[in-house]
Design a protein around this ligand. Structure first.
Ligand code: FE2
Ligand code: FE2
Length: 139
């Protein structure tokens, strides 16, 4: 039987990943006409990575005997590029905070595989966070 709190962390994480996957893909579509080819391409790439994260977390929760959520957290697309980057930097920093808590909890319940998964994802989330923050610099 899956640890209840771990299942909550995994489902929170899945909901956050589904949210940003949709959020970034829609921003990619909208941002296309704003002389923002670099940002737009990168948003698409990150959106796909986020969906892969959702899949990995769901596989883990399913393996542990839990039921992965299909519900994204609240999607906030934004209308112009700067606002989008602000929303995305915030989404990444929220995710980083939750994953750090989650991996600490995995240590407590002696689940090194789940811990490793959160650590792996954290590397990507810090990279995403850095990208959005860099885009905001000088704006
Ligand atoms: Fe992610
Ligand atoms: Fe991310």
């Amino acid at each position: 039987m899956v640890d209840k709190k771990l299942a909550e962390y995994l489902n929170k994480a899945i909901g956050m990943e589904l949210q940003v996957s949709i959020q970034y893909m829609w921003q990619h579509v909208i941002a296309r006409g704003l002389k923002s080819a670099e940002v737009s391409d990168k948003l698409k790439k990150i959106a796909i990575e986020e969906m892969q994260h959702a899949e990995r977390l769901s596989e883990r929760l399913d393996y542990l005997g839990g039921t992965p959520t299909t519900q994204p957290e609240k999607i906030v697309v934004g209308l112009e590029l700067k606002k989008m980057m602000e929303l995305d930097a915030k989404a990444e920093s929220d995710t980083i905070k939750v994953y750090k808590e989650a991996l600490e909890y995995c240590g407590k319940i002696n689940d090194p595989v789940s811990r490793r998964l959160f650590e792996d994802l954290l590397v990507d989330e810090e990279d995403h966070h850095n990208f959005f923050e860099t885009m905001l610099e000088g704006n």
